[in-house]
Each structure stands twice: as structure tokens, then as C-alpha cells.
Design a protein around this ligand. Structure first.
Ligand code: HEM
Length: 447
């Protein structure tokens, strides 16, 4: 039980001994779940040489992400150490007034109404993927669907962010993004790294980073020179165009890479888990297909169809509840605080896990069941459902992600019946994003 108030200096409950980090990293989801189930809604443990505080209740989460947001920073968190070398000082990694300036600048381009203009790009790329699947669909060949969805969301996002189709260079860009993701995905903060061990991976990562920066710089330079000939107040064709007049080249480059890296893998994971869960729940899949047939009657969806594609959207929302692509958020307290009756010292690392919150038995009926319908009448407590985070640092791309995932799902389910390969093992693995550990192997049968 969480006391209403604990004597000053008492740490929230948790294991007495320092946590075996190797064991924890082998199954972080089991670890965070055990913390909440065993010790309650405010917990603490010693890990990686410091005490980590975890909050597992919506009101406490809201305190950190919203009510006292100015007292918590992303600076010097493990995420920061991992992301900053690649993403520099973009929207995801900046803090304080610099973050506020960038957020204000980017916000208009990410509004719900603004991002619907990308519907054509989204459906064009999704339909191209279905075309690439056709031979495998005819032959019944198994497809590495997780991989294909990552390429798809990357293609969509580079077009939306940069305003160009990278064409042949897109493949190299994809490989470089992959290499950077792999490096960051397995990032383990190591105070005493073995140089021989890390050099090889690091070399690949640095090469990938140099390539990604080169592509971003080239596109920015091209847009800058083309921009001179365009009317200054015309509508922005891309997210880059919306920012180009306001940022210097280096900041633009950081922002472009931030948006691409933050936006594509997360959306791909949301879609991968949705397809998996719909295969496991034929009744839900039937509802989704019936909706697609009734609304679209065989044509390509547009943004105007989104209000009528409620089952598609809820299928994604519920998948992100069970398998939140971002499963952990961390902050550092900039000064002393008190949360749930406990003292939080200045500088403390405070974490929130969507995996725990989204399956918390006190707040969800049948927490482990896939029930998209629960989002139809949802009147959820604030800061309980946080696939996109909460408070002022909530995901700027959330509308784009939902528009994209809903439209892609509609295109894929209209054309194909996706079935997980029989006997294929599906297990979540919590890296930077929550991914299926062995990928997702599915057959696509024509409908
Ligand atoms: C299903 C897809 C997505 C998920 C699950 C997701 C999740 C999140 C979460 C949880 C955060 C908050 C992190 C924190 O508070 O520490 C976040 C922030 C952010 N996301 Fe997303 N995201 C998605 C798609 C996108 C897309 C499509 C973009 C851009 C094109 C994007 C760009 C960003 C940026 C720039 C931030 C930092 C915002 C700020 O601090 O002001 N995300 N995202």
C-alpha cells in the first residue's frame, strides 16, 4: 500500500538489493510489471549506480508530465544520452526555452487538419506495398511484415518531412536509418566500454550518421534554392518547408532527422502489432473488414473517410494499449519534490512505463484482452493511456501517426488477409521501441 505520507528521506518501496542489470535487461517488461505488482504504485530501486523512481498511477504520472512539468527535464536521462549524438538538439532532445521555441514553430504543421494533407502520400505508398506483395500473395509465400512496414513508414515519412521522394537514394537512406536504429536499439549505457567490442558497431553507426546528415543537408540546400522561386506565403508542401524560413541549416538538419527517426519506427510497430492482434482476433478483423467494405466499396481511402473508419482507428489504439511502441518515459527532477507521499530528491531519475499503466488491473477491465471497442465509449482517466506521452511534451506527430496508421490499415486489409505463420513465435522485446522479438512473419492472401 502506498502511504499518504512517509517520513522525510524514506524511499518508496522496492527491492533492498541493487537490481541485477543484466537480468533486468533480459526482460525489462517483466521487471517493471513486477515492481508495480509487488511494491505498489510508487516504487524505487537501485540500478546502474543510482536510485530510480517509478510511478504507476495516472495521477502521479500527470504530476510529472503535466502539473509540475517545469520541474522535470529530459536532459541527462538515459534516452537523452542515447538520442542526442544522432539527433542533436531537435524537438525530441531539447529542453526549456529552446524546446518551447522549436515546438511553437513546428506545431502548426502537425495540427490534425494540416497532417490530413498527407493522405495521398500515405495511401500511394501503402498501395505500392500491396503491389509488391502480389507475387507472394499468389504463391502463399511468407512475408517479413515488420520489416516491410518499417520501410513503408520510412518512405511515407521522408516524403512528408522532406517533401521529396528519395528514389534510389531512399534505399541507402533506409539502410542507414536501420544501422542507426540497431545501434541505438541495443544501446546500453556502459561507463567502461570495451573499445574493441564497440568499435565495429560504432563505426557502422558513425558512417550511417554521416550519410543521414548528408542526405538531410542536400535536401535542405535543394529546398532552400527552390524556395526562393516560390511564393513566401504559399501552403507548405512538407514539414521541412514549414520550418525552412525559421531555422539555420544545422537546426533544420537536427529537426529533419528527429522527425524521421521519432516518427517511422514507432508507427511501423503500431501497425505490426495491430495486424498481429487482428489475426489473433478474427471477430475484430471481421468488423474492420466490414467497415472498410461499407465505407470504401473498393476505392482508395482519403482523409475524408477517416471519421467513418472508427473500427480501423480503434484497432490501432487498442493495439497501442497492449503493445505501446514507446514503453518507457524518463525524466530528471530539477529540484526536490514530493510524489505520492515520498520525497523525490533533486536530480532523481523518474520513470513511467506505458506497459504497466496500460495493463494496470485497477484501471482496465480485462487488461490483457484485445478489445478495441473499449475506445468507442472511452472516458479514460487523464494520463492513463499514454501511447504518445502526456503533458506539453506529448508527441507532436500523434495526429499524423493516427491518420497514417488508420489509412495504411484500411489499404492493407482491403486488399489482403494477413495471417501469422503457423507456429511462429511472437514475443515483445523492449528496446527503444517495443518490437516483436523475432519480427512478424505473415502470409498475405488475396481477399
Ligand atoms: C505510433 C506512432 C508514434 C508513437 C507511439 C510515438 C510516441 C511518442 C512518445 C511517447 C513521445 C513522448 C516521449 C517523452 O515524453 O519522453 C513522443 C514524442 C515525440 N514524437 Fe512521437 N510517436 C509516434 C509518431 C511520431 C511521428 C509520426 C512523429 C513525427 C513525424 C513523431 C515525432 C515526435 C517528436 C518530435 C517528439 C518530441 C516532442 C516534444 O518533446 O515536444 N512521433 N512520441
Amino acid at each position: 500500500m502506498t502511504p499518504t505520507t512517509a517520513p522525510a528521506g524514506t524511499f518508496p518501496p522496492g527491492p533492498q538489493e541493487p537490481v541485477d542489470m543484466a537480468q533486468m535487461r533480459a526482460d525489462p517488461l517483466a521487471f517493471v510489471t513486477r515492481m508495480q505488482r509487488t511494491y505498489g504504485d510508487v516504487t524505487s530501486h537501485l540500478g546502474d549506480g543510482e536510485r530510480v523512481f517509478m510511478l504507476h498511477r495516472p495521477d502521479l504520472v500527470r504530476h510529472v508530465l503535466k502539473d509540475r512539468v517545469a520541474h522535470y527535464t529530459k536532459a541527462a536521462t538515459p534516452d537523452d544520452a542515447m538520442l542526442r549524438p544522432l539527433l542533436g538538439n531537435g524537438l525530441l532532445t531539447s529542453n526549456g526555452p529552446e524546446w518551447a521555441r522549436q515546438r511553437k514553430l513546428c506545431a502548426p504543421a502537425f495540427r490534425r487538419t494540416a497532417v490530413t494533407t498527407f493522405d495521398g502520400v500515405i495511401t500511394e505508398e501503402a498501395e505500392a506495398l500491396v503491389e509488391r506483395w502480389r507475387p507472394a500473395m499468389a504463391a502463399g509465400t511468407v512475408l517479413p511484415v515488420e520489416h516491410h512496414l518499417t520501410s513503408l513508414t520510412l518512405a511515407i515519412l521522408t516524403r512528408a518531412v522532406l517533401g521529396v521522394d528519395l528514389g534510389a537514394a531512399g534505399e541507402g537512406f533506409g539502410r542507414a536509418v536501420d544501422a542507426a536504429n540497431r545501434f541505438m536499439g541495443h544501446y546500453v549505457p556502459d561507463p567502461d566500454p570495451d573499445p574493441a567490442d564497440t568499435d565495429l558497431r560504432r563505426h557502422g553507426y558513425l558512417q550511417a550518421r554521416a550519410f543521414l546528415r548528408l542526405v538531410a543537408r542536400t535536401v535542405i540546400a535543394a529546398r532552400r534554392s527552390a524556395g526562393a522561386a516560390q511564393p513566401a506565403d504559399g501552403p507548405a508542401d512538407s514539414l521541412l518547408d514549414a520550418m525552412i524560413g525559421e531555422l539555420d541549416d544545422e537546426s533544420l538538419r537536427d529537426q529533419v532527422l528527429t522527425l524521421v527517426m521519432a516518427g517511422h519506427e514507432t508507427t511501423a510497430k503500431a501497425l505490426t502489432w495491430t495486424l498481429y492482434l487482428l489475426d489473433r482476433h478474427p471477430e475484430e478483423a471481421r468488423l474492420v473488414r466490414a467497415e472498410i467494405d461499407a465505407v470504401l466499396g473498393g476505392r482508395t481511402p482519403t482523409a475524408a473517410d477517416l471519421p467513418a473508419l472508427g473500427h480501423c482507428r480503434r484497432a490501432v489504439e487498442e493495439a497501442m494499449r497492449l503493445y505501446p511502441p514507446v514503453w518507457l518515459i524518463s525524466r530528471r527532477a530539477t529540484g526536490p519534490d514530493r510524489i505520492g507521499g515520498y520525497d523525490i530528491p533533486a536530480g532523481a531519475l523518474v520513470c513511467v512505463s506505458q506497459w504497466v499503466l496500460h495493463r494496470h488491473p485497477d484501471f482496465w477491465e480485462r487488461p490483457d484482452a484485445y478489445v478495441p471497442g473499449r475506445f468507442a465509449a472511452a472516458d479514460l482517466p487523464s494520463h492513463l493511456y499514454l501511447p504518445f506521452g502526456g503533458g506539453e511534451r506529448t508527441c507532436i506527430g500523434r495526429h499524423l501517426a493516427l491518420v497514417e496508421a488508420t489509412l495504411v490499415l484500411a489499404v492493407l486489409m482491403r486488399s489482403a488477409r494477413l495471417e501469422t505463420e503457423p507456429g511462429f513465435r511472437v514475443e515483445p522485446e523492449a528496446l527503444v521501441t517495443l518490437r516483436p522479438k523475432y519480427g512478424m512473419r505473415m502470409t498475405a492472401r488475396p481477399r
